[in-house]
Design a protein around this ligand. Structure first.
Ligand SMILES: C[S@@+](CC[C@H](N)C(=O)[O-])C[C@H]1O[C@@H](n2cnc3c(N)ncnc32)[C@H](O)[C@@H]1O
Length: 310
């Protein structure tokens, strides 16, 4: 299952400009992928600078290891879930870092490998696991969850209006045979949705199933909740997201940390005593330029948010 697609790093300069402020510092790339962002981080660091790269996909790790070879001895790569960031850093005896980056979602080489089952454009098994650390492939979700649970996944993670109709058709179909392939799932969705809405609905349902399979939003929340405790003062957190659900989680986390006061708005002074823990560096999310979108259409929905620990 080798795929030759290379992953083009998204918002590369913007992300690394926000992230790297201390050339001799220690940085974490929590979504190493093909190593595109990590390469740029290492390039901007000096000889004392260190990078810990994390990914949960063996293929990504082997690609990144090759790419980062010119910086041998300045980086360490760990296989793991960024949701376990505190444990991963503790195992490396790192107590605090100068910055952490997450570039969420899947790499091009993951999407473009039909055997991994991420895309409705390719025919493959209904797998969608980004890592062998994930126990259940997507087909377990599609074949085992109830109509109600499927509806909730399509609604919550895909924001799909016709969630119930699609879930109902899936449950009916699987009474006769298991749904095993991306093609079967696509055909079921197409049978419910009028022609002109099909592509968007396919994209939304596949996204929803992928998020559920990989626990993507839970992992992001767990990471964020540990992140500030691991950053040095003035350390930076940079997150690139690819859909509104992820972006909302990041935005709410940053806003709550920057304005933690829970006093009633009509109280003339702060009685709760909660102090801001971060300064938001991106009042609005940074988006790719038209030129970047032209060169790499996959970056179109990306949004970058950054904050600095106070
Ligand atoms: C968009 S790619 C990152 C690309 C990378 N920035 C580059 O420039 O090549 C996202 C990567 O994050 C990894 N990933 C996603 N969720 C993860 C998680 N919870 N823990 C560890 N890695 C994760 C995926 O396996 C994928 O390789």
């Amino acid at each position: 299952m080798i795929n030759k697609t290379n992953h083009i790093p998204v918002l590369l300069n913007e992300a690394v400009d926000f992230l790297v402020r201390v050339p001799s510092g220690t940085y974490v790339d929590g979504t190493l992928g093909g190593g595109g962002h990590s390469y740029e981080i290492l390039k901007r660091q000096d000889e004392k600078g260190r990078l810990l790269g994390i990914d949960w996909d063996d293929f990504a790790i082997s690609k990144a290891r090759k790419r980062l070879r010119p910086f041998e001895n300045r980086f360490v790569i760990k296989k793991g879930n960024f949701a376990d960031i505190k444990k991963i850093l503790a195992a490396e005896r790192i107590s605090s870092v100068d910055g952490m980056l997450l570039d969420l979602g899947v790499s091009s080489f993951q999407i473009d490998t039909p055997e991994r089952g991420f895309s409705y454009l390719n025919s493959g098994p209904l797998d969608m696991r980004m890592s062998d650390l994930i126990e259940k492939p997507a087909l377990k979700i599609i074949n085992q969850l109830s109509e109600k649970e499927l509806t909730a996944i399509f609604k919550d993670y895909g924001e799909e209006r016709r969630s119930y109709a699609i879930a109902k058709t899936i449950v009916k179909f699987r009474q006769d045979q298991e749904i095993e392939t991306t093609e079967q799932l696509s055909e079921i969705i197409k049978s419910v949705i009028p022609f002109r809405y099909r592509i968007k609905t396919l994209a939304r349902i596949f996204q929803a199933v992928r998020i559920a399979t990989n626990f993507e939003l839970d992992n992001l929340k767990k990471f964020l909740n540990q992140s500030l405790g691991l950053l040095k003062k003035n350390g930076r957190l940079v997150i690139i997201s690819f859909h509104s659900l992820e972006d909302r989680v990041v935005k709410e986390f940053f806003v709550n940390q920057a304005n933690p006061c829970v006093c009633p708005p009509d109280l003339p002074y702060c009685a709760c005593g909660k102090k801001p823990t971060v300064k938001i560096l991106t009042r609005k999310p940074v988006k790719p330029s038209n030129r970047e979108i032209e060169e790499n259409p996959r970056c179109k929905s990306s949004k970058l948010r950054a904050a600095e620990k106070l």
